[in-house]
Design a protein around this ligand. Structure first.
Ligand code: SF4
Length: 95
């Protein structure tokens, strides 16, 4: 489902091999990129059964992926993690 993005990132040297094990292969992309207000339950359920959930989530966080469900988390949930990490880094630097 992320074929274009994956190809673009491969040229930047990022390891995307986890994608080969994605549980969402063949799933309806609309589940993972739902309209505003639509349910994300099915997509997150697929993610929770995915053997590369952690890798997928980390990729989406570090690449600041703005749309869709990645690693069973919405953009809002990932943004919260990014914020928490930034706070932790600032605390370490200040400490
Ligand atoms: S965690 Fe979800 S979005 Fe990521 S590869 Fe697995 S099924 Fe696909």
């Amino acid at each position: 489902m992320f074929a274009d993005l994956i190809e673009a990132l491969k040229t930047e040297g990022l390891d995307m091999s986890w994608q080969d094990f994605a549980n969402c292969r063949g799933a309806d992309p609309d589940l993972f990129f739902p309209e505003r207000g639509a349910s994300t339950r099915t997509a997150k359920g697929i993610c929770r059964e995915c053997s590369v959930q952690a890798e997928c989530l980390e990729f989406a966080i570090v690449s600041s992926e703005k749309f869709g469900i990645w690693g069973a988390m919405s953009e809002r949930e990932r943004r919260k993690i990014r914020r928490e990490r930034q706070i932790a880094v600032r605390r370490r630097q200040a400490g």
